[in-house]
Design a protein around this ligand. Sequence first.
Ligand SMILES: Cc1ncc(COP(=O)(O)O)c(C=O)c1O
Length: 225
Amino acid sequence: MAAKKIPLAIPDLRGREEEYVLDAVRSTWISSLGEYVKRFEREFAEVCESTAAVTVSNGTTALHLAMLGLGLRPGDEVIVPSMTYIATANAVRYVGAEPVFVDVDPDTWCIAPDQLESVITERTRGIIAVHLYGHPADMDAINDLAAIHGLWVVEDAAEAHLARYKGRRVGSLAHLATFSFYGNKILTSGEGGAITLSDEHLEKRLRTLRGQGVDQIRTLARSNS
Ligand SMILES: Cc1ncc(COP(=O)(O)O)c(C=O)c1O
């Protein structure tokens, strides 16, 4: 007998998704400058209890952009959990830095805060905490340790949209948070990603890097045509 396959996730697209896609196609605003993306950034930031959301093409890009925005450089080290989707570590490699792996807590499967201190060196710049399978990492313990050592903290919330940690939404618990909207995620747009944050200066930097410096020119060109 053939083994029965259990899908990891089946996207539920029975709401107004089709209507919205058609509306976007008919408007011809099919890239990132359309009304839907602007509205999504506003509303997603709000539900994540952050002041801004910067959308990108997927969760891996969100992590890569976060590493660039935080000024990570070759030779730097970033602490990541040993159990995660590989994009968490790859994003660190994309800018020439080194991922340093730390084991996960056996109960939550998220990075074990009590194992962080032993791997911190003078090259450590930050910690990426992954909220694996929808379970938030122990952010208070991670943030406390990071503050002592002057490190930034990123939440990789690709798998944990709208989860709460001590009453607060993931996406608002560190310097910034990254999300994925891939088809198997809690919230999907087929492909897609975002960074949420509440730091205006960093947001500006992320938007400039995302647009490769030409954001404004493209906006003007499109709206004048
Ligand atoms: C923990 C984690 N980080 C990052 C990603 C990357 O997201 P994407 O597939 O949208 O690039 C995923 C997606 O599978 C993930 O589960």
